[in-house]
Design a protein. Structure first.
Length: 261
């Protein structure tokens, strides 16, 4: 059996930037163990699989170790494949996912993704968080990940976390963030518990960060940069209980997976 696979750099304007995701179009679902094995073999933050439905496409995302409920960069990568490679002619794509229906539209030379907002709530700063990050956050919040607000972009860039301690936390991962020097806010995301020591650019993290910074800065349209080694930029718009993310993607590789069933 053979299936097509595309590797796409999401939240990037050229190859070798942003966050790489693998995208596999399927006619029907393969066994979950096989989907997970493909994601493990790819060893990227996420591998996305999709099948056609009456509404649009059913979309699922896998890290190297588990399936996840929401992934922004792999959704952007999948929409890029559908629009630019598979020749989809509608102006918007509806993805049916674990997090409900997600709409991705073409918006000028960008793609526009409509995601649910997950505003984090304040929580107590634990000693484990302090030891894991090596700094004391000025504020700590929680959703499905911790959001550690730091004093500056310089501090965010300098963080070298203790991955073993991060993996012991009760939540999935930790987002560190601060106001930016040339954007509204910057961030980094660490999630060793799900096989991602550091994610290059994390769309889903901005579903938590955008509502937080919108409240702090008093504006609903924000510029953001994830300051990982690869780095990536995106725009965020907060609309009630939704976050609209704007970004670009580029195709890095087209391949074919061959295996025996």
């Amino acid at each position: 059996m053979k299936i097509k696979q595309y590797q796409v750099d999401a939240f990037a304007s050229r190859p070798f930037e942003g966050n790489p995701a693998a995208v596999c179009p399927l006619e029907s679902w393969l066994d979950d163990d096989l989907l997970q094995a493909i994601a493990e073999e790819n060893n990227l933050s996420e591998t996305a699989f999709f099948v056609p439905t009456a509404k649009g496409f059913r979309l699922r995302w896998f890290t190297p170790v588990k399936e996840v409920d929401l992934c922004g960069h792999a959704t952007l990568a999948t929409a890029h494949v559908i629009f630019e490679i598979l020749g989809y002619t509608e102006s918007a794509i509806i993805f049916e996912t674990r997090s409900g229906n997600l709409c991705v539209e073409k918006d000028s030379n960008q793609l526009k993704m409509d995601f649910p907002a997950f505003p984090p709530t304040p929580c107590e700063v634990s000693e484990t968080i302090i030891k894991a990050l090596g700094v004391h956050p000025i504020e700590l919040l929680a959703a499905d990940d911790y959001v550690a607000v730091l004093d500056s972009e310089t501090t965010v860039r300098a963080i070298t976390p203790n991955q073993a301690l991060l993996a012991q936390l009760d939540l999935r991962g930790v987002i560190v963030t601060a106001t930016g020097t040339d954007v509204d806010f910057v961030s980094r995301f660490f999630a060793p518990k799900i096989g991602i020591p550091e994610d290059p650019v994390t769309g889903a993290a901005h579903c938590k960060l955008a509502p937080y910074w919108a409240g702090k800065l008093g504006k609903n349209f924000l510029s953001a940069k994830q300051v990982s080694k690869r780095g990536g930029s995106l725009k965020c718009e907060v609309k009630a209980d939704r976050v609209v993310l704007y970004g670009n993607a580029v195709t890095f590789m087209e391949a074919e997976i061959a295996f025996e069933t």
